[in-house]
Design a protein around this ligand. Structure first.
Ligand code: 13P
Ligand code: SF4
Length: 397
């Protein structure tokens, strides 16, 4: 977005020139092929509206059991207070699947989570995402076209048959469908080890999409593979930037995707906090880089992080490497423990934060009025294949 300074007159807004990767302006257009598009028809309440809490409560009460509100741990407090359940991606997928009686599932999380909920719930249930701009930059790093091209490369090399795709929950429904089509499984940060163990029982190599860090951290730290067993597939280079031998010999073919929020944490952050707070325990999410995870004391999903901090001894000290809303909430809940954010600068997930109280009120009131907004639906063919991969995850031993 650009503004032009015209000297004495006020700055004039100039429309940004569209590029293939630019964000669409809120309310001005939609791009149904990606998670970037947004359209907010109707009246969004102003964030300053002092009645927002009362309006959310009234709408939720009016809907009763017809609505089930899920909140990911990275959501803002103002949203979390209205969630019927909170959880990590795995727990929320299971929770959504376990509420067949709820007519509406309002997903306070990001787009790929709402898609998964739509796939796992019955046809008559509607899944709504309060702001369609709540995407995930990591999920956007693997498009269906890129992944199909990569699979063609593996087929041409004659190795596709022995490769099992394992896709992180943080991926579009198309990628989940690709995974189901090729006999793979979805995983989350809380079951990645079980998913990889299962995959290596089915085949000899794994194509791990789209988070290189979760794939590498799990393969090396939990399955005992070496860093040399892993190669990084760059979708912007021919053959992923790898040689035929590298692709043939790798146990883990890691997609070159990452989380921009967790990518901020560095080994220097860990060293610095250990010096600043003697005796501190470092607790990080497995989306962090390998060297960060290696230098941490504890590693796990958002649910694991919360449980670890809940169970920690009073007086213990913790530096936590994950999204700031979660860290702040847990720190506020445990004033008897010293809980700090691992990075020195602010680190919210900007797309998660797009779900705010005005959008939640707008969504709930639209349901009360019988005019649901922002419904997330996955096309039946895609949903069927993606469901196979998701159910494989739910059935992991
Ligand atoms: P969890 O499954 O651990 O909640 O992680 C989801 C996510 O997007 C983390 O960035
Ligand atoms: Fe995606 Fe990272 Fe945000 Fe999680 S924290 S939703 S992986 S951008």
């Amino acid at each position: 977005m650009t503004t032009t300074d015209t000297g004495s007159s006020p700055a004039v807004f100039a429309e940004p020139t569209g590029t293939p990767l630019s964000l669409l302006l809120l309310g001005q257009a939609a791009d149904p092929r990606s998670e970037r598009g947004v359209e907010c028809p109707g009246d969004l309440p102003a964030p300053s509206d002092p009645d927002l809490v009362a309006r959310a409560l009234a709408a939720k009460q009016a809907l009763g059991d017809r609505v089930f509100i899920l909140g990911h741990h990275y959501q803002r407090d103002e949203v979390v207070q209205f969630a019927d359940v909170t959880g990590d991606s795995f727990k929320l997928a299971r929770d959504a699947a376990n509420r067949p009686d709820a007519e509406y599932i309002v997903f306070c999380g990001v787009h790929f989570m709402a898609e998964s909920a739509d796939i796992l719930t019955a046809d008559g249930q509607q899944v709504l995402l309060p702001d369609l701009a709540a995407g995930c930059s990591m999920a956007d790093m693997a498009t269906a076209e890129q992944v199909e091209q990569a699979w063609d490369v593996l087929e041409e090399l004659g190795i596709a048959e022995r490769v099992v795709p394992v896709s992180y929950m943080n991926s579009s429904a198309d990628i989940k469908a690709f995974t189901g089509k090729h006999g793979g499984t979805i995983c989350t940060s809380s079951n990645a080890e079980r998913a990889l163990t299962w995959a290596f029982e089915q085949g000899e190599q794994v194509l791990f999409l789209p988070d290189q860090h979760l794939g590498r951290n799990t393969a090396v730290r939990q399955l005992g593979l070496s860093l040399d067993d892993c190669v990084l597939y760059n979708p912007f280079k021919p053959m992923g930037g790898l040689t035929a031998d590298q692709l043939r010999n790798a146990k883990m073919i890691l997609w070159r995707g990452h989380c921009s929020v967790h990518g901020r944490f560095t080994k220097e952050c860990v060293d610095e906090v250990r010096e600043r707070i003697p005796g501190v325990n470092v607790l990080v999410h497995p989306e962090c880089r390998y060297e960060v995870v290696e230098s941490a004391d504890y590693v796990g999903s958002t649910e694991y992080i919360i449980k670890t901090l809940d169970a920690a001894e009073p007086g213990s000290k913790w530096a936590v490497g994950t999204e700031l809303n979660l860290v702040r909430r847990v720190a506020n809940a445990h004033s008897d423990k010293e809980i700090v954010f691992l990075d020195k600068s602010v680190c919210y997930c900007s797309t998660m934060n797009r779900i705010d109280l005005p959008h939640l009120v707008w969504t709930l009131e639209s349901l009360v009025a019988g005019k649901p907004v922002n419904r997330i639906t996955v096309a039946p063919d895609t949903a069927a294949l993606a469901q196979a991969a998701l159910e494989q995850m739910l059935a992991l031993p």
